[in-house]
Design a protein around this ligand. Structure first.
Ligand code: EPZ
Length: 440
């Protein structure tokens, strides 16, 4: 069923325990990296989400064998054997559906010194260039796509040989950092990435590459050093880190419904940027080794605050839409400053249909607190926008329909089951078809 909605009847506090799945933005880079292994490998704690399904299909179209095993706790284990790869061209249509398909440029360059794929897809926040990736590959000896004109939307790179280089990223880029690590793992000589991204998923991809036999140091800092090797033996099992953004989404869903939820299977320090903001607003966040508990003292006023997104350890842009929902239900005026993407407020008109009071000035959203959301028919304009609308619908009295719900399933494993287990009234409904003008 391609197009469907989520039907949510809100106004119920979420209560109980939820387990967080493996990180989408780690596993997509790790799947590409696994195409470079000279043996086999097993990935555990893989989230069962549509972006992973798309990436697995692209890898299989190259010739890799990937066996999927359902793990007891509902996640997925992948048994990967890329030794059958017989092409450097990723032509599967899925390449244009997700952003992370571009990691195959680095992986195929590293594997065979050549790579060809069409421009990647992904959430529409504006232009989403890949100039940093291509400039880096060119410094490493790759001939081909000039980032100024990618003819016909196909990128073809040829590096004979692929050499290590010093790469300065003039913008902190998650994708470019991961892509360069992939290519550099098997390049001749050493590579240094300066001004590298430091997100938890960067560290996870580096740890996976090192488990394969790569020699990477400094992941998680702004300078990463990679010593190229000739083989990546593999033959190991690796478990994906928990998803920081899924965890933050459930923390916010608990807060906006005045609930009491313990979010399990996480790395609490990854949540610091959000936890500190929520405490500042008046929520209580208790932390354990691998969980956080979110609740509030009913006597406690919830005050607005100011948030500015930035590369890790700054406030994650992927929690920006969900956090605006939290700010809507706080006292006073708040400011959200989106400093990573140039156009990541496309969901705001949908929130305004639910009663939000928000004004946008370039990359700043001024949020005036309201005491409740109204139910409405809305649509998920992208993955995290959809997650934000789920939070607003859970807080609103009455029944909200969120169309294009497939976009939410790109990054949230079993979100309907997980929310139901917390007491939410949510179900899949057929697409409502937009917009029925209720005033008519
Ligand atoms: C990754 O996208 C994530 N996607 C995004 O999450 C996330 O929003 C983003 O990192 C920032 O954290 C995946 O990991 C699959 P960037 P990516 O390169 O790599 C500019 C989600 O919701 N830039 O760090 O595409 C770019 O325009 C998704 O899970 C260039 O100018 O992001 C942006 O302003 C949405 N040239 C900034 O850098 C380039 O060559 C950061 O982008 C590359 C990026």
């Amino acid at each position: 069923m391609e197009s469907y909605s989520y039907k949510i009847t809100g106004g119920k506090p979420l209560k109980g325990h939820v387990n967080i799945s493996g990180s989408k933005n780690a596993v997509l880079g790790i799947l590409a990296a696994s195409m470079m292994v000279d043996g086999t490998c097993t990935l555990e704690n893989v989230p069962d989400i549509s972006d992973v399904h798309v990436m697995v299909k692209i890898c299989e179209s190259l010739g890799a064998k990937i066996e999927t095993e359902l793990a007891p706790e509902g996640s997925v284990t992948l048994h990967i054997d890329p030794r059958g790869i017989d092409t450097y061209k990723a032509t599967d249509p899925g390449v244009s559906k997700i952003r992370a398909s571009y990691y195959l440029l680095g992986a195929l360059l590293g594997r065979c010194g050549k790579a060809s794929l069409r421009m990647p897809g992904g959430c529409d926040f504006g232009q989403r260039p890949i100039d940093l990736h291509l400039k880096a590959f060119r410094l490493m000896g790759a001939k081909g796509a000039d980032y100024r004109n990618i003819n016909g939307g196909i990128i073809t790179l040829n590096a004979d040989p692929l050499r290590g280089a010093k790469i300065f990223l003039d913008i902190v880029s998650v994708g470019a950092t991961i892509n360069v690590m992939l290519a550099a793992a098997k390049a001749q000589g050493n590579t240094t990435i300066v001004n590298a991204a430091k997100e938890p998923h960067i560290v996870d991809v580096a740890n996976f590459l090192n488990a394969m036999g790569a020699r990477i140091k400094g992941a998680g800092t702004d300078t990463i050093k990679i010593q190229g090797v000739s083989t990546l033996p593999g033959n190991f099992t690796y478990s994906i880190i928990p998803d920081q953004i899924e965890a933050g989404t459930y923390m916010i869903a608990a807060a906006v419904t005045n609930g009491d939820v313990t979010v399990h299977n996480i790395i609490p320090t990854h949540m610091d940027p959000l936890s500190s903001k929520m405490r500042e607003m008046g929520y209580t966040i208790d932390e354990g080794d691998d969980y956080v508990r979110v609740y509030r003292d009913p006597e406690e006023q919830i005050w607005g605050t100011n948030v500015k997104t930035a590369p890790y350890p700054g406030f994650p842009t992927d929690l920006q839409p969900q956090t605006v929902v939290l700010l809507c239900l706080s006292q006073g005026q708040s400011k959200m400053d989106e400093d990573v993407w140039e156009n990541r407020y496309q969901y705001i008109p949908e929130l305004i249909r639910m009663g939000a009071n928000i004004n946008i000035f370039d990359h700043v959203a001024l949020v005036n607190g309201i005491d409740h959301f109204n139910c409405a028919q809305v649509k998920a304009t992208d993955l995290r926008a959809g997650a934000a609308l789920v939070c607003a619908a859970l807080a609103a009295d009455g029944t909200t329909y969120i169309d294009e719900a497939r976009r939410i399933d790109r990054g949230y494993e079993k979100i309907v089951d997980k929310l139901k287990s917390l007491g939410a009234d949510i179900e899949v409904a057929s697409s409502v078809g937009f917009y029925v003008d209720t005033e008519a």
